[in-house]
Design a protein around this ligand. Structure first.
Ligand code: PLP
Length: 411
């Protein structure tokens, strides 16, 4: 019969059924198809500075180059000693007096460490509080590790601050951890000391572990905006702080990140053993890139030139924010940090049912790729995220084209 002849299909594992990572999903496949047809696509879907003319500090390249010869072998699975010391010292300087080398794991970017930590931590059915909107790796990695991502709402009307009452309301007997993304991707929000303390206080009262993704900690746009590390909000809460070189040092491709464990580690020895096992199983992070970490953290912080008026990150973010808000029916909360705008399309003006389809229509019509808001686990199909990395001339042209596209869709 026909059925007997059918070729057996090799299927993806069931573990992946509810896992999504839309920033590189069908929207990118469509962009690549258009490129193959000969179209030039402006890709504003990923926060990757290098293709937009950003260069890493020269010292980072020089240091990697210098160490290439000795970086041929595997390293300690937790990372090379100088990199781990540099990370520990970095947090000592931020006031975490007791940070030591053993508190630090180096990974192939924050991405790998998020997956490793969740694999080591989550039991089937554990609930992990994740912001909505979020950087979607968090939701996807919680699901893949057998957990249940439970989204707490960030309030657009309140500068995208987490709604602390909602965080608290979402806690059940299964809740094990609270994810904080600050500065936030995709919203650009940077939380005040009170907000960070409020979140950590919830974790304290409900005995949750804090996972704090602080990869944009150095990308802050106003003098009045300061980054408040979750680990500073209380040494009685177990906190895992994630950061790395991808954004502030513009070397996404080198894959260099770290996680630092702080707080009452004596209650976490078993978990840390598990994390070490997972680290051992993947041998180690890319060793040449590990050599860049000490140089990056210890040297001149060239990022500071980019985030002040006149600097590219600053000027581009402000221009994007201004232009988006000038489009009728579009409102965008001004980003206070990171590399994105997350504008809202008023549903009365732009009745959108499927925001991914909307993004694909924009792509086909205007050859610009943005990411739909539901791709960040936002609850309604009324947002998109724009990466603010192109220089002002390109950005102006791109947002102009988005405005033209929207003009044709107003109801
Ligand atoms: N966390 C957030 C909030 C991000 O936006 C990103 C990348 O865009 C990552 C983690 C991953 O960074 P890495 O390059 O270190 O894997």
């Amino acid at each position: 019969t026909c059925e007997d002849d059918a070729v057996r299909q090799i299927r993806q594992s069931r573990k992946l059924h509810d896992v999504r990572y839309d920033v590189r999903g069908p929207i990118l496949v469509e962009a690549q198809r258009l490129e193959a047809e000969g179209h030039r696509i402006l890709k504003l879907n990923i926060g990757n500075p290098a293709p937009f003319g950003f260069e890493a500090p020269e010292a980072i390249l020089a240091d990697m180059h210098h160490h290439l010869h000795e970086a041929q072998g595997y390293s300690d699975s937790r990372g090379i000693y100088p990199a781990r010391t540099a990370v520990a010292q970095y947090y000592q300087q931020q006031g975490l007096r007791d940070a030591v080398v053993d508190d630090v794991f180096i990974g192939n970017g924050v991405s790998e460490l998020i997956s490793m930590v969740l694999q080591a931590f989550v039991d089937d059915g554990n609930e992990i509080l994740v912001p909505a909107p979020d950087y979607p790796l968090w939701t996807g990695a919680v699901t893949l590790s057998g957990g249940v991502p439970v989204h707490y709402e960030c309030d657009e009307a309140d500068g995208w601050n987490p709604d602390l009452a909602d965080v608290e309301a979402k806690i059940t007997e299964h809740t094990q951890a609270l994810v904080i993304i600050n500065p936030n991707n995709p919203t650009g929000a940077v939380y005040s000391k009170e907000v960070v303390e409020g979140l950590v206080d919830i974790a304290r009262r409900h005995e949750l572990v804090v996972f704090s993704d602080e990869i944009y900690e150095k990308i802050l746009f106003e003098d009045a905006v300061h980054h408040h590390a979750a680990l500073a909000a209380g040494d009685d809460v177990l906190c895992l702080t994630f950061s790395g070189l991808s954004k502030a040092y513009r070397v996404c491709g080198y894959r260099a990140g770290w996680v630092l464990i702080s707080g009452p580690q004596e209650v976490a020895t078993d978990f840390i053993e598990g994390l070490t096992l997972i680290a051992n199983m993947r041998m180690c992070a890319n060793v040449p890139a590990q050599h860049a970490i000490q140089t990056a953290l210890g040297g001149y912080q060239s990022i500071e030139e980019l985030i002040v008026p006149g600097g590219r990150f600053y000027e581009q973010s402000m221009l994007a924010d201004r232009m988006l808000n000038e489009i009728p029916g579009v409102t965008s909360v001004r980003p206070r940090g990171a590399l994105y705008c997350f504008p809202r399309l008023d549903p009365e003006v732009y009745p959108i049912e499927d925001d991914e389809a909307f993004v694909i229509e924009l792509l086909r019509a205007k050859k610009i790729l943005v990411t739909h808001g539901t791709g960040f686990n936002w609850v309604r199909p009324d947002h998109f995220r724009l990466v603010t990395l192109p220089d002002v001339a390109v950005l102006e042209e791109a947002i102009g084209r988005i405005g033209d596209f929207l003009a044709g869709r107003r109801s």
